[in-house]
Design a protein around this ligand. Structure first.
Ligand code: ADP
Ligand code: ZN
Ligand code: ZN
Length: 802
């Protein structure tokens, strides 16, 4: 018998296992693990992943696979194993683990077509099948004499391709290609006969005589500085010929990148890269932590290590935080490795993402630079994995499967026997502690490559400002420094620490705060639309004129959003030209990039924004960085709040004075004595690490213990409380003695989208059976989860405690 073991697309823990299906004869030769299939499941037809094949089954009366969706597996064998591991590790379902590894396009059923990729003769059967066409609807295969095996073979030989039609084919990108229509010597003859005033045509002909190849029309125009009409006149004379060619939706124009060469490394860089290179050469798995201040040349180290990997014929994954996946960052990699780089981030359309993924799958690139999910790139021969800004929260997925890209990286690094490099100016305590213990190998870069000092940092005590009668958001010092920069034509970056700020609406008479009717948080005031909006669900309502509680008309908005800061900034320094960057101004695709370009072109003096401006930006002309309220997130109910504050302040400081002009940083604070602010102002990470480790030890937080967060939610308050209590009891009962189970307590946001939320936190040092126990407990609620809309989320490595 021919049996396929299939993980089906039914997200329920009782279905979280393989099911056996018979492989129909027509598919026996082609079906392998990693392909998607359509199978009957109860009354339905659903999608599934083949994870294995077998010759026997312990079940009778198996059903047959209805359809095979792929002729090339979408999951490699390694990714199938990785998916299994990921599901176990994060306590999620196999199906969710597989799906998170694939581009969106492959999660749904799309129409497919076969495309002829070659002008060479195909086999007679295939020639008859294509019958002169370049594209054929995939379904025609079913009724033809062509076997799936034949087609699969043609695909492997590169003669035929399967396209998933994300939209209609029309939307696929076509470009016009131009090539000479005659032999060079014939063109030469024409060239001489052209009238002397046809200079432009001559120039173009000369080009094709010397370069008798096909070239994209747009590039040709740019290169020869010529126009469409000149090309057209040669086309009309049939000297040139035009054709349409479909191209990948490559969002970056590879020819636009200036090629860069490896730089001579500094002593510090050499010391850091040498052991990494050794691991690459010796195919050895090690984890390196490169701790280096901004501008110390970490990226150059990555580039040169990747160079080695490429030369060995292997592949590299580089993760950077979504937000710093800026054109500047992409340029560095494309500049060094050109079209050998695929880029993956969320601003790409699903078609673009799929194209980039396919370039990896087809082995057309050796390097991928991308955000979190690029860690699943289907490379088969990894030589290095790099995670830049390893402390960034965006590496943790806050949705099932709740994985951390660092863990996946290290797991893949072990499998591929290749180094994993973590880089940061402010590593997480977890990583630094591991480096300290020798689990990771530490390399420290203390100097900037340009030998410039880090900018000097001045802390301004905002309490004094208040005492002296300055009620504005800007200290006198900051104001003066901004003015002097503007006068000199230099630029300023201003950070508003958004968290802890909101523009909520409060009644001055009775103190009533308008909250979202579905979530437990205050609504945020949006000035443009004069409406109140919830940041968790999409609820909104008009700004009330009177207090809904006491009917007073003294209802006002409070707090300070970027928009209000911008207004008071312009009042304070009327000549300042300000660019505001926050979620509101960057929502549209490309907006982020556009604002940054404007700032780079000096169309503004001040870049004002939230966290998103703190990262990865590199502007030569910025000489002042200001943080408006450094402590606004120090007091959040999160044990990482000091660490996050330290990271943010260090990062902002790195924005100023990166080049020739010296930089300066102003940090405004209401608690300037706090160690995370003090130590950030001296760039003293190591001391911060020591202080913070003491605190973590005292209160028993990571890295001294591990945490697991279990959140229960349901519309009915009583159901939530009872379920959470029962879960906590069971946990207590099964856990080791020195494990602590906290709760249940209401989650910091107790109601979200009309669902009540309670949580239990498990703090443990060693709990080998933890996953098994949690799984068993959750299984008891399977019925309620499926039919009763109960939700139980397990986070094995919580970062968001809200
Ligand atoms: P980081 O990633 O640590 O912030 P980068 O790799 O971006 O540092 O380096 C900062 C700047 O120094 C960049 O402009 C880079 O081109 C330059 N740079 C890096 N290494 C060298 C070197 N060995 N010699 C000269 N310039 C270098
Ligand atoms: Zn009121
Ligand atoms: Zn809401």
């Amino acid at each position: 018998m021919n049996i396929a073991k299939v993980i089906v697309d039914v997200p329920a823990s009782s279905i979280n296992q393989t099911f056996d299906y018979l492989i129909p004869d027509k598919y026996t030769d082609i079906l392998v693990a990693g392909m998607r299939v359509i199978v009957p499941f109860g009354p339905r037809k659903i999608m599934g992943f083949v994870v294995d094949k077998a010759t026997e089954s312990s079940f009778d009366s198996l059903k047959e696979i209805i359809e095979v969706l792929d002729l090339t597996p979408v999951l490699t064998d390694e990714l199938i194993d990785l998916g299994r591991w990921l599901a176990e590790e994060t306590l999620s379902l196999y199906i969710t683990a597989f799906q998170v590894m694939l581009p969106q396009v492959l999660k749904a059923r799309y129409k497919k077509e076969l495309e002829r990729m070659t002008d060479d003769k195909l086999t007679p059967e295939l020639e008859a099948f294509f019958a002169g066409r370049d594209f054929i609807p995939y379904e025609e295969l079913d009724n033809s004499v062509i076997s799936y095996y034949q087609i699969q073979k043609a695909i492997q030989d590169g003669d035929v391709a399967v396209n998933y039609l994300v939209k209609s084919r029309i939307t696929k990108k076509q470009v016009t290609m131009i090539k000479p229509n005659r032999e060079p010597y014939l063109l030469e003859e024409v060239y001489r006969e052209l009238p002397g005033n046809a200079k432009k045509q001559q120039k173009l002909l000369r080009f094709f005589i010397e370069n008798p190849q096909e070239i994209e029309q747009k590039k040709l125009m740019k290169k020869m500085n010529t126009t469409r009409s000149v090309i057209k006149s040669l086309l009309d004379k049939q000297l040139l010929i035009a054709s349409q060619k479909e191209i990948y939706r490559n969002p970056y124009d590879d020819s636009a990148f200036e090629k860069t060469e490896p730089l001579e490394l500094t002593q510090e860089q050499k010391e850091a890269i040498t052991p990494i290179r050794r691991s690459v050469q010796e195919d050895q798995h090690d984890v390196f932590l490169v701790h280096g201040v901004t501008g110390s040349g970490k990226t150059e180290i990555y580039l040169q290590a990747i160079q080695d990997v490429i030369e060995k014929g292997k592949e590299a994954i580089v993760l950077v935080p979504e937000i710093s996946l800026t054109p500047q960052m992409v340029n560095r990699f494309k500049g060094r490795f050109g079209s050998n780089v695929a880029v993956m981030h969320s601003a790409l359309s699903s078609g673009e993402k799929y194209d980039e993924w396919r370039r990896i799958q087809r082995k057309e690139v050796q390097v991928v630079v991308g955000a979190r999910s690029a860690i699943f790139a289907p490379f088969k021969n990894l030589g290095i994995i790099i995670i830049d800004e390893e402390h960034e929260n965006s590496y943790k997925q806050e949705d099932n499967p709740r994985y951390h890209a660092r863990d996946v990286a290290i797991h893949r690094g072990e499998i591929h026997k290749c180094p994993v490099v973590l880089g940061s100016a402010t590593p997480t305590l977890e990583s630094y502690a591991r480096a300290h213990k020798g689990v990771y190998k530490l390399a420290t870069l203390k100097k900037r490559t340009n030998e410039k000092d880090m900018p000097s940092v001045e802390i301004v005590d905002m309490r004094n400002e208040l005492h002296e009668g300055n009620r504005s958001m800007f200290s006198v010092t900051l104001k003066e420094k901004m003015e002097s920069r503007i006068a000199k034509g230099e630029q300023i970056v201003l950070l508003l620490n958004r968290r802890g700020y909101s523009t909520f609406v409060m009644c001055r008479d009775c103190g009533h705060v308008t909250e979202c009717p579905h979530c437990d948080i205050a609504l945020t005031y949006h000035k443009n639309s004069n409406r109140l909006k919830c940041h968790y669900c999409s609820y909104e309502e008009p700004m009330p004129v009177r207090c809904p509680s006491c009917n007073s008309d003294l209802i006002r908005f409070f707090g300070t959003g970027t928009q209000r800061i911008e207004e008071s900034l312009v009042q304070l320094i009327p000549e300042a030209r300000v660019i505001r960057m926050d979620v509101d101004t960057t929502r549209r695709k490309g907006a982020h990039e556009k604002l940054l370009n404007q700032f780079a072109n000096k169309e503004a003096d001040i870049l004002l924004g939230t966290q998103m401006i703190a990262k990865g930006l590199d502007f030569a002309n910025v000489t002042l960085a200001g943080v408006l309220t450094a402590d606004s997130m120090l007091h959040l109910p999160d044990f990482r709040s000091s660490e996050k504050t330290f990271q943010l302040l260090t990062q902002v400081s790195g924005r100023a004075g990166r080049h020739d002009l010296p930089g300066e940083v102003i940090i405004q604070s209401y608690t300037p004595e706090h160690y995370s602010i003090q130590l950030a102002s001296h760039y003293d990470f190591v001391q911060f690490y020591r202080n913070e480790m003491n605190t973590r030890k005292k209160f028993q937080y990571p890295p001294y213990v591990f945490l697991t967060l279990i959140t229960v939610s349901h519309q009915n308050h009583v159901t939530v409380v009872q379920t959470a209590q029962r879960i906590a009891q069971l946990l207590q009962q099964y856990m080791e003695d020195n494990t602590v189970v906290l709760g249940p307590t209401p989650s910091p946001i107790t109601r979200m989208k009309d669902r009540y939320r309670y949580q239990c936190m498990i703090k443990y040092k060693n709990e080998p059976n933890l996953r098994k126990i949690i799984k068993k407990i959750i299984r008891q609620y399977d019925e309620d989860v499926r039919k009763n809309d109960l939700q139980i989320h397990v986070d094995m490595q919580p970062y968001q405690l809200m």
